[in-house]
Design a protein around this ligand. Structure first.
Ligand code: GLY
Ligand code: MN
Ligand code: MN
Length: 435
């Protein structure tokens, strides 16, 4: 991401905050996996959105209109011994020179310096409830200021939800953000193609996962946006199946929901296909129904339509199709009204996507579904899942789980499917798998 983009975001946020305000935003803590082993570190999305700063143990402070410094970064002090073990740190000099902070202090000085800054402000912009330890520290600083009231110290009078402002900004992706998301989508599409090519009976689900991750790395993406979901047969019917521990067998359908992350931006793609590369009749009938629902939903992604229009289109297409296949019985209107499709299509058709795979941004405004606008990016991912034992459903449909998912950006006059590089028609899939 270009550095000017972080600066533009900070400036925009500070303009909304106005003078007399302070924003405080810690990054994500480092988490321990077991004893001395940490999970791979990933900065907090909100923090990274405003700073581009990748190290743990850092706090962003913004004080619009403050003469000495408006953008202050508290971060780790350089330490040659620690750096020998864990790698280089930016330190205070790096925070200013490389990350554009007006001023920087060691993170260990936070308790001494930040309360003095708080005293000068009337309004605190902060995200409450995400970091219990930091919430506690902030309330201690505020209480300490209250105790000084008799000596004339005033301190802040309002705490405002920073997330409300920040998440609204994050919902609209800029050109540079779309560029990174396109890159993530292209890499994931290549990795999906690779798995399609190597998939065969006898491999283990985790081996197919490894193939996906390997190809992402090969194409330049080191991280995944979420743990890959790779399930064949009945496992495809578990929506967030991440165990990926069974052997895949002939005649099963494989569902793979996986996407890499590039510069903290996610991609999220699902493809489903027969393990042996050739759709049986029931597999094809259900697959083509999910694909028709996905296409109907994507056709509804355009400015002026509201958030729920794609979902409504998917629900109607799936319900109509399930009646035609004899899986649901009744009239379309009644089955939709009574949500009977939920037995087979239990989730919604998508979510916002951006720095977080399930990205921030309100879905309703003043109680009604939000209108789609250029720059918003969402997934379109209808599915049908029929585990063995589904009551009243013929056996030929059992153990088929299908989801088809793409990432779609709203444009000025319609939409752009960012993940279009990976095929999804029956003929295209069969051709790739036969090659
Ligand atoms: N990969 C999670 C989802 O599709 O929402
Ligand atoms: Mn998704
Ligand atoms: Mn997904």
């Amino acid at each position: 991401m270009v550095k000017s983009e972080f600066k533009r975001r900070r400036r925009e946020l500070m303009r909304m905050m106005g003078p007399g305000s302070i924003a405080i935003l810690p990054t994500a803590p480092q988490l321990i996996r077991n004893r001395d082993v940490h999970y791979p570190y990933r900065p907090d999305s909100d923090f990274y959105y405003l700073t581009g700063f990748p190290e743990p143990e850092a706090v962003l402070v913004l004080i619009p209109g403050r003469k000495q410094a408006e953008y202050i970064l508290f971060n780790r002090e350089r330490d040659p011994v620690k750096e020998q073990w864990d790698g280089a740190m930016a330190g205070q000099e790096g925070a200013v020179d490389e990350y554009g902070a007006d001023d920087s202090f060691p993170i260990g000085d936070l308790d001494d310096i930040l309360p003095r800054m708080l005293e000068q402000c009337e309004r605190i912009f902060y995200i409450m409830g995400c970091n219990a330890k930091f919430d506690k520290r902030l309330s201690e600083w505020i209480n300490a200021i209250r105790c000084e009231a008799r000596s004339g110290v005033q301190g802040p009078v309002e705490i405002i939800a920073l997330d409300h402002y920040l998440h609204e900004m994050r919902l609209y992706k800029s050109r540079s953000e779309l560029k990174v998301m396109r890159q993530a989508a292209r890499i994931s599409a290549k990795a999906h193609k690779r798995v399609m090519q190597v998939c065969k009976a006898g491999l283990w689900e985790y081996q197919l996962e490894a193939e996906f991750v390997r190809e992402c790395a090969h194409q330049g993406a080191k991280s995944q946006a979420y743990p890959p979901i790779v399930g064949a047969g009945i496992n495809a019917c578990t929506l967030h199946y991440i165990d990926n521990m069974d052997k895949v067998a002939d005649k099963q359908m494989l569902l793979i929901d996986a996407g890499c992350e590039v510069d903290c931006y996610a991609s999220d793609i699902t493809r489903t296909y027969p393990v042996n590369g050739s759709f049986s009749k029931p597999q094809r009938e259900l697959y083509e129904l999910v694909l028709a629902a996905q296409e109907a939903a994507i056709a509804k992604v355009k400015p002026g339509n509201h958030w729920n229009d794609p979902h409504d289109a998917a629900v109607r297409t799936i319900t109509r199709g399930l009646i035609k296949l004899g899986i649901l019985k009744g009239t379309l209107a009644k089955l939709v009204r009574e949500e009977k499709y939920k037995a087979f299509f239990p989730h919604r058709t998508g979510h916002w996507i951006g720095m977080d795979v399930h990205d921030v941004g309100d879905y309703k405004v003043d109680g009604t579904w939000r209108l789609l606008e250029p720059g918003m990016v969402l997934t379109i991912e209808p599915g049908i899942y029929i585990p063995a034992g589904s009551k009243g459903v013929a056996k030929k449909w059992w153990n088929i789980g299908i989801r088809i998912e793409d990432d779609v950006a709203v444009t000025k006059d319609g939409c752009e499917v960012l993940t279009k590089d990976i095929v999804k028609t029956v003929a295209e899939i069969e051709a790739i798998m036969a090659a």
